[in-house]
Design a protein around this ligand. Sequence first.
Ligand code: CDP
Length: 234
Amino acid sequence: MHNDEKPLVIAIDGPAASGKSTLAERLARRLGFFYFDTGVMYRAATLAALEDLDGVEDEEAVTNLTEAIRIDVQPPSIEDGRIMDVLLNGEDVTWEIRTPRVDRNVSPVSAYQGVRRILTERQREIGLRGNMVMVGRDIGTVVFPDARYKIYLEASPEERARRRLKEFLCRGETRTFEDILQSILRRDGIDSNRKYAPLKPAPDAVIIDTEGKTIEEVLEETLSHIDPSLKNQG
Ligand code: CDP
């Protein structure tokens, strides 16, 4: 396929807390593109299961619930550090989907084949609108294997845990470095080893090691791989 015929999606994948969302949001702003974080869908489905089913063990029940819920994202309505509002059946769950309880349960839910089928389909519908920076684990491999650009971010677990700790402290939440590190390692383990759409770089992804780099440096490195004329299309 000629490059121009590929969907105008920039796929940003990578492990937990590798800086995907921050990079993608900046990149989208720079290009005048939409920003879409697919992780919020898995997190919202997990929250729904924890609230309505009292747990995430029943795969069939979690899958049926995922089919039934409405997940919307919209521009931020409150200035409290959020990049966007996340709504679950119309209710603001922007911060509820970031609790340790959701962190603990989201990878098992994301490993369910039916859940992935439902959410992947919804993500494709949104992505096909074009001019989209999409963030996740499987955007370049499964959701949009024909994405025009694919970036895969990497950094050591310790660096990622330090960054996540800083985010929690900024929001006034107390968490320890060790707890965050363990949670990240556990999620990475499940996400990388699951049967369906495991976390891994697409063969044609540009791999960027973000260790010790500022967000500006990572942004510039990413932009160096992207056709400058795209800036006029957003
Ligand atoms: O922000 P962080 O990197 O910590 O996680 P996230 O992007 O919000 O994703 C939360 C979880 O959702 C991941 O650990 C994966 O289990 C799952 N996920 C996925 O399986 N596929 C995606 N495209 C996005 C997220």
